[in-house]
Design a protein around this ligand. Structure first.
Ligand code: HEC
Ligand code: HEC
Ligand code: HEC
Ligand code: HEC
Ligand code: HEC
Length: 177
């Protein structure tokens, strides 16, 4: 009897997780989840999706440092001095470039100060950007995909505790200051 109950609740958990994942990917497709309105209407769907640009072309810090940088305007202007130069959003972009200003992008991801996170370690361990950030190449405006709660970090760390090459950890002080 007990065993049947355990089994039944496992099935429920799996079903619930499946439904959540389905709903989530469905709403990505429909564009229901939207990030904040940005100063320039930049689309990952165009750049990382249609144009197939590598994430590291713009976020090159992600494999070299704890922080994944946002690209400076000069990275954009490499193409947009010419590409779509007549479009209003690109004229806004050139305006920042000519004034020597950076675009004041609105932050999407954020962890509290007591948590340590390091991109380089995760990216070099072979974890894809999408495992944490979702299908960014389909997002017109990037939004926070995972919960960013402790349980989210820990559930992956638990799975990778015995990884022969890149073991993760459950040690409190490794993640907390
Ligand atoms: C052409 C440059 C470019 C490429 C290529 C690119 N990004 Fe971005 N990314 C940006 C810019 C600009 C922003 C800030 C505006 C925004 O949030 O949309 C950003 C924001 C983000 C954010 C949110 C950052 C925050 O504020 O917390 C994530 C996560 C992200 N990108 C992941 C990715 C991933 C994953 C890929 C590859 C699938 C990728 N990006 C490809 C330029 C790029
Ligand atoms: C590798 C070249 C390349 C880079 C680098 C690049 N873009 Fe683009 N971008 C394009 C192309 C190509 C298009 C599609 C133009 C079209 O539809 O005619 C585009 C489209 C756009 C559009 C839509 C323009 C419109 O209204 O039709 C915006 C806005 C934009 N890019 C902003 C940016 C920003 C901001 C960056 C830097 C973070 C950036 N791009 C980096 C090539 C690039
Ligand atoms: C193991 C999960 C994980 C992976 C893999 C990962 N990220 Fe992140 N990313 C995060 C978390 C967590 C944050 C929030 C960090 C913070 O606020 O301190 C973040 C923040 C960002 C930001 C905002 C700037 C920053 O560093 O706070 C960008 C841009 C970004 N990630 C891009 C990428 C790209 C591109 C890749 C792949 C090359 C990638 N991330 C891989 C978890 C991940
Ligand atoms: C998809 C799996 C995954 C997720 C999600 C994940 N991690 Fe990790 N993490 C790993 C793996 C694998 C390693 C071991 C990497 C290595 O040894 O090179 C690691 C290592 C670490 C380390 C030790 C390396 C260092 O940077 O000092 C810290 C700290 C860490 N993770 C924090 C976090 C935090 C905080 C989160 C959530 C915001 C998180 N991780 C989410 C897989 C993950
Ligand atoms: C893999 C990384 C990771 C490990 C390991 C980890 N934590 Fe956390 N912890 C986090 C993150 C991320 C948050 C922020 C969650 C949030 O803001 O909701 C957090 C939040 C907390 C908080 C604040 C309360 C809350 O829910 O916001 C406490 C207290 C805490 N952790 C204690 C611990 C203790 C004790 C351990 C060891 C048993 C531990 N943590 C191990 C990542 C980790």
């Amino acid at each position: 009897m007990k065993r049947a109950l355990v089994l039944a609740s496992l099935v429920l958990i799996v079903l619930a997780a499946g439904t959540a994942a389905f709903t989530q990917s469905f709403s990505v497709q429909l564009g229901l989840n939207r990030g904040p309105t940005q100063p320039i209407n930049f689309s990952h769907k165009i750049h990382a999706g249609q144009l197939g640009m590598n994430c590291l072309y713009c976020h090159y810090g992600a494999e070299k440092s704890p922080i994944a940088n946002l690209p400076p305007v000069s990275t954009c202007m490499g193409c947009h001095k010419i590409a779509a130069a007549d479009k209003p959003e690109i004229q806004k972009l050139s305006g920042y470039f000519q004034r020597g200003e950076q675009v004041p992008w609105v932050e999407v991801y954020w962890l509290p100060d007591h948590v340590k996170f390091n991109h380089k370690r995760h990216v070099r361990a072979g974890i894809e950007c999408q495992s944490c950030h979702g299908p960014v190449q389909e997002m017109a405006a990037v939004y926070q995909y995972p919960s960013l709660k402790m349980g989210w970090c820990v559930s992956c760390h638990r799975q990778k505790l015995d990884d022969p090459v890149h073991p993760a950890t459950m040690d409190c002080v490794v993640c907390h200051h």
